[in-house]
Design a binder for this molecule. Structure first.
Ligand code: AP5
Length: 222
């Protein structure tokens, strides 16, 4: 019998480790990783008018307007792979209006994960972050350095990864997080993100395997 795929949201301050945990989660559970930030950066790279507008907000660490973000995420969630394999939504919703819009389209998560990391640590993580444009992998100069010289030489930095811009992103996050949390109260788990990525993942992994068991043993109503 076919099992119900998982539908997960992951949230947390800038550099709390969302993208890093999403790599580990998709590797084990095969969910489709949908990152609102990555979708927006792809839109910028495409040179579209929406991308140009989005970048103005991202430069200031502010939320990109719903009219750009909501349909972008909805369209990705509606694709066949997301429906069949389940999804892992990263960095969305960031406001109650985004949560309400998604609910209106019929997308309801099984679990909402919040990564909690003290603010002083976040800035150090942002400034040391590097990305591999070839594999998409996330590195950190100190905590997660690349394994070869070849990779090290091609790493890039995000345009909003300065201390100043990270502080603006953090402010936006702090203004919105309680609104979003209040909409997923009953399905939220809070995980301390201030430990090694393997330890953080171990906690997420436990929660996800329990959830899978529940979903597969529950009667197929609901
Ligand atoms: P987005 O791209 O989502 O950025 P963010 O929320 O600021 O989060 P980050 O990607 O910076 O961090 P992360 O939590 O994924 O951390 P990572 O794993 O890389 O959004 C960017 C912008 O787009 C927003 O500011 C906004 O303008 C716009 N936007 C996005 N979504 C939107 C929406 N829904 N609505 C409107 N606008 C939206 O880790 C960070 C670093 O730490 C890495 O170097 C990593 O190696 C290291 N690290 C990770 N885990 C650990 C660990 N356990 N120990 C030590 N180091 C670690």
């Amino acid at each position: 019998e076919k099992t119900e795929p998982l539908k997960i949201m992951i949230s947390g301050a800038p550099a709390s480790g969302k993208g890093t945990q999403c790599e580990l989660i998709t590797h084990k559970y095969g969910l489709v990783h949908i990152s609102a930030g990555d979708l927006l950066r792809a839109e910028i790279a495409s040179g579209s008018e929406n991308g140009r507008r989005a970048k103005e907000y991202m430069e200031k660490g502010q939320l990109v307007p719903d009219e750009i973000v909501v349909m972008m995420v909805k369209d990705r969630l509606s694709q066949t792979d997301s429906k069949q394999n389940g999804w892992l939504l990263d960095g969305y919703p960031r406001s109650s209006s985004q949560a309400t819009a998604l609910k209106g389209f019929g997308f309801q998560p099984d679990l909402f994960i919040l990564l909690e990391v003290p603010e002083d640590i976040l800035i150090e993580r942002v400034v040391g972050r590097r990305l591999d444009p070839v594999t998409g992998k996330i590195y950190h100069l100190k905590y997660s350095p690349p394994g070869t010289e070849e990779i090290a030489a091609r790493l890039t930095q995000r345009f909003d990864d300065t201390e100043e811009k990270a502080k603006l992103r953090l402010k936006t996050h702090n203004q919105n997080v309680s609104d979003v949390l209040s909409m997923y109260d009953d399905i939220t788990i809070k995980i301390k993100g201030n430990r090694s990525k393997e330890e953080v993942f171990a906690h997420i992994d436990t929660a996800l395997s329990e959830l899978l068991q529940q979903k597969n043993s529950a009667p197929s109503s609901l």
